[in-house]
Design a protein around this ligand. Structure first.
Ligand code: FAD
Ligand code: MLT
Ligand code: ZN
Length: 464
């Protein structure tokens, strides 16, 4: 399959040659069939449109590609693993897709400073493997670990399964290097725990969704590996009991590593999808998965906390890796299992813990009152107040479902995006959480760093 040749380029006339000169002929892709592999959003809700995919092989090449595109005023969309869930990683209107697929190096762990340096396109699993090989652990984990890249995770400030213990991506990011659209490289990769020399690029770029600069390299903090890990699953009759238990675990269990919530419907779907038996003989409406990690004796300390939980209908505990993974599967396989049902409306929200149980109870009715045929799947990171409201059985472009859920969240002082970002999918709802003055200030930051306005237009910031 040719990358160029008889295709008529949709790029400004000088730009394709310029891009080929920077990254090499093989790394500017313009064949329509090849391009279609880069334009489908993971959720199946949107299909984009890109004129070319460009794959730089170094930070300097990223910077040069951006400078060339800026000169022609041509939009660029950075893409890592394309596992983002808010339609921010696919190009539209013929924008260039800047793929980090060639930037995959993970350097040797610096054990003295407990850090590891990686290029933006390195998959999370590769960073985790390097950390493990050196006797440490990377503090962020997600089910998309094989494909999601550290650059994409910085751009979205990814959360995941261990935020309750180690915080999101922002808290792991000691240093970052990034290319601006004027061709400058900014940031440093020095293992300095303290560095108050002005604006902090890791903080500014984390969560910027590719709108300010393209991340090229990161310096990530590592945490000590646990000697002992235990996982328990607790069954409850009501959301209120499950969330009350989650709050107690968070307060009383110093080893806590994860507190995750699933429901009977989601677990039944996962069991059918993976062909595995259910965790308990009698299905329970709500299940809480608790993971502890620490010094020897975690399972005994977990049992002490479990004894003080109220309303537990059933429980299971696992200490060895395989049974632990089997309990995790009931939670982790939700995303894939729900995706098999068709395009998913993915609404990733946080509520104050005090309002989470009533939100969980009310949100189903809000959706099904509007669309009686819709199926509502609820799961998430209960310890953080973060619930994933997934809706299937409605048209991909049915925005009313998104609107009623996100309005309910805003009315109850929640965030309309806990960990996935705004992307394109939530652009119309940013105003539910951010004032006009804040959006104006965000636009000013965007103009300062990307004066050509070519980076990810239509993502995160509504048109001014
Ligand atoms: P992409 O999808 O390629 O891009 C995401 C955004 O970042 C886009 O706006 C893109 O333009 C921008 N971007 C990508 N690379 C760069 C770069 N180098 N520089 C600047 N901008 C860039 N997310 C969570 O937070 N928690 C979870 O638990 C979680 N679990 C998941 C489980 C599954 C099965 C799946 C499919 C997704 C999950 N996600 C989760 C969502 C997703 O994995 C994260 O958002 C992840 O951070 C995206 O990484 P990526 O490399 O795939 O980025
Ligand atoms: C998760 O927690 O599993 C992820 O955020 C993915 C999803 O929301 O489906
Ligand atoms: Zn999540």
């Amino acid at each position: 399959m040719g990358n160029h040749g008889d295709v008529t380029s949709r790029l400004p006339s000088d730009l394709p040659a310029e891009l080929r000169r920077i990254v090499g002929d093989r790394h500017v892709l313009e064949d329509a069939e090849v391009l279609s592999g880069f334009t489908h959003d993971w959720t199946g809700r949107v299909v984009g449109d890109t004129a070319a995919v460009v794959r730089p092989g170094s930070a300097e090449e990223v910077a040069a590609v951006l400078a060339a595109c800026a000169q022609h005023g041509h939009a660029v969309v950075p893409q890592g693993g394309n596992t983002g869930l808010v339609a921010g990683s696919v190009a539209f209107d013929g924008a260039i897709t800047l793929s980090t697929a060639r930037l995959t190096a993970v350097h040797e762990v610096d054990t003295l400073s407990a850090t590891v340096r990686a290029e933006a396109g390195a998959p999370l699993a590769a960073v985790q493997a390097a950390a493990h090989a050196s006797g440490s652990t990377f503090g962020v984990d997600l089910a998309a670990r094989g494909t999601a890249t550290v650059g994409g995770m910085v751009a979205t400030n990814a959360g995941g399964l261990h935020v309750i213990r180690h915080g999101p991506m922002r808290e792991q990011l000691m240093g970052v290097r990034a290319a601006r659209s004027n061709g400058d490289l900014i940031g440093a990769l020095r293992p300095l725990a303290k560095d108050n020399t002005g604006y902090h690029w890791p903080s500014i770029l984390c969560g910027s969704e590719g709108t300010l600069a393209v991340v090229t390299d990161v310096l990530l903090r590592l945490v000590p590996s646990a000697e002992d890990v235990a996982v328990a699953l607790f069954a409850f009759a009501t959301a209120h009991e499950a969330i009350t238990a989650a709050a107690l675990v968070r307060r009383a269990f110093a080893d806590v590593n994860a507190i995750e919530l699933v429901t009977d419907a989601g677990v039944a779907l996962v069991c059918a999808s993976l062909d595995v038996p259910p965790p308990f003989a009698t299905p329970a409406p709500y299940l809480l998965l608790v993971e502890g990690a620490g010094t020897p004796g975690v399972v005994e300390r977990l049992a002490d906390v479990a004894a003080s939980l109220e309303g537990v209908l059933d429980s299971a505990v696992a200490v060895d890796p395989e049974p632990r993974a089997a309990l995790w599967r009931y939670r982790e396989a939700h995303t894939e299992s729900i995706a098999r049902l068709g395009p998913v409306h993915k609404l990733d929200v946080t509520l104050p813990l005090s309002g989470l149980a009533s939100f969980i109870e009310d949100v189903r009715a809000v959706v099904t009152d509007l669309r009686p045929d819709a199926a509502v799947w609820l799961f998430g990171h209960a310890g953080d107040g973060n619930v994933h409201v997934n809706v299937t059985g409605v048209a991909p472009d049915d925005e009313d479902v998104d609107r009623v859920v996100l309005e309910l969240v805003a009315q109850r002082d929640g965030s309309i995006s806990a960990e996935h970002g705004i992307g394109r999918a939530k652009l119309a709802y940013l105003r539910l959480n951010r004032t006009a003055a804040e959006i104006d200030a965000m636009r000013a930051v965007k103009r300062a760093l990307d004066p050509a306005g070519i980076l990810n237009p239509g993502v995160l910031l509504p048109a001014g």
